[in-house]
Design a protein around this ligand. Structure first.
Ligand code: ADP
Ligand code: MG
Length: 350
């Protein structure tokens, strides 16, 4: 879960270092733990028919949400979707929800009811039921922690660790929209007057009401088509790194292949940004990033053609030695983390 207000100087490196060190110190072999720290959810042995998936996220006022620019319904909805998205990234079926709250004295009962209304609007269509939680007071700000369980067929959960060199890299939907929406609520607020109102509405909705790709994840898992998967919470450039690290591979991302919506493109042009950079670095899209082995590619394409899902091939996995690369539209091959504005060719219309 990204620290959204702090994104430009977000302490991601140290967050990942902390998780790595927790993994090193506390990960223990246990016959019931199929996957512990290090994936979108933990995977636990449960029965011969099912494995248990479990994930938790903590949202803090002022870090992950701002009550001045988001309604409590939207905050609840987005929080539940973030958890649903982690279950989606495993190809699982979401089941049960626990919600822990620390509530400041400034919050009214009506506000908390609105928060739950938003959470349940996201959860109920997936037949996810609220089964418990915890409630506390808070000296400063609202805290919301959601735990979501799910199930997966044994051996079918999509892990971050299964990618091989040569696999194709795919993403669902379009990317960058949520970040564009967030920018329209903050630093680029003035662009709300200059952009088409339908684009503004689309981007704000993509930010406030993201869609977890639960059906896509289940489809990939049920057909055993993906060798690895992750959901995009921190942004593609950061999240693809987790697949590379866990799988021991490199990646070559094609900048021109990134699926960017017309609204996000319009936003980027108006803001003086490069659309592909917004798509690579913007977080909280909750799209799925996954890899398809070469040997399954023809079957994947044939089966995908029979669905309404939007899948875009954006590159391929390489060897670890080749590292993480971005093939820019200029033809340059850049290290993926060293993204900079100049390295993308600007659209000819700007
Ligand atoms: P996501 O963005 O998919 O929610 P995170 O980056 O938050 O994933 O977490 C990555 C992995 O690290 C997960 O397996 C998560 O359970 C684990 N993790 C994160 N924070 C902690 C923590 N404070 N203690 C133990 N494990 C953690
Ligand atoms: Mg995730």
């Amino acid at each position: 879960m990204p620290a959204r207000a702090a994104r430009p100087s977000s302490p991601l490196a140290s967050e990942f270092a902390l998780i790595r060190s927790l993994q090193r110190h506390y990960a223990r072999a246990d016959r019931d733990i199929v996957r512990g720290i290090g994936d979108d959810t933990a995977v636990l042995r449960c029965s011969s028919a099912n494995q248990l998936l479990i994930t938790t996220d903590l949202l803090a006022e002022g870090v992950h949400f701002d009550l001045r620019s988001s309604s409590l319904e939207d905050i609840g909805y987005r929080a539940a979707m973030a958890n649903l998205s982690d279950i989606a990234a495993m190809g699982g079926i979401p089941r049960f929800l626990l919600v822990a709250l620390a509530i400041p004295s400034t919050c009214s009962g009506a506000q908390i009811r609105r928060l739950y209304r938003g959470m349940m609007q996201a959860a109920t269509p997936h037949r996810v039921r609220l089964i418990g939680g915890d409630t506390s007071s808070s000296r400063q700000g609202l805290f919301l922690s959601i735990t979501l369980t799910g199930t997966a067929r044994p051996g079918r959960a999509l892990l971050r660790s299964g990618a091989s060199a040569g696999d194709f890299l795919y993403v669902t939907g379009t990317i960058g929209d949520s970040h564009a929406g967030l920018s329209l609520l903050g630093a680029h607020g003035s662009l709300r007057q200059t952009l088409r109102q339908s684009d503004v509405r689309f981007l704000l909705r993509r930010h406030h009401r993201p869609t977890a790709r639960v059906a896509e994840g289940q489809w990939l898992a049920s057909h055993s088509l993906a060798s690895s998967a992750i959901d995009l919470s921190d942004g593609l450039s950061g999240d693809v790194r987790h697949i590379c690290e866990e799988s021991g591979v490199g990646v070559a991302v094609q900048a021109t292949a990134l699926p960017v919506s017309p609204a996000c493109r319009a936003f980027a042009r108006a803001a003086g940004l490069v659309p592909e950079e917004v798509a690579l670095t913007g977080g909280e899209d909750y799209e799925l990033l996954f890899t398809v082995p070469r040997g399954k590619h023809a079957r994947f394409k044939r089966l995908a053609a029979g669905t309404a899902f939007r899948f875009t091939c954006i590159g391929e996995m390489t060897t670890m030695r080749e590292g993480l690369r971005l093939h820019a539209s200029t033809g340059e091959r850049l290290p993926l983390p060293a993204l900079s504005y100049e390295h993308f060719s600007r659209p000819s219309t700007t």
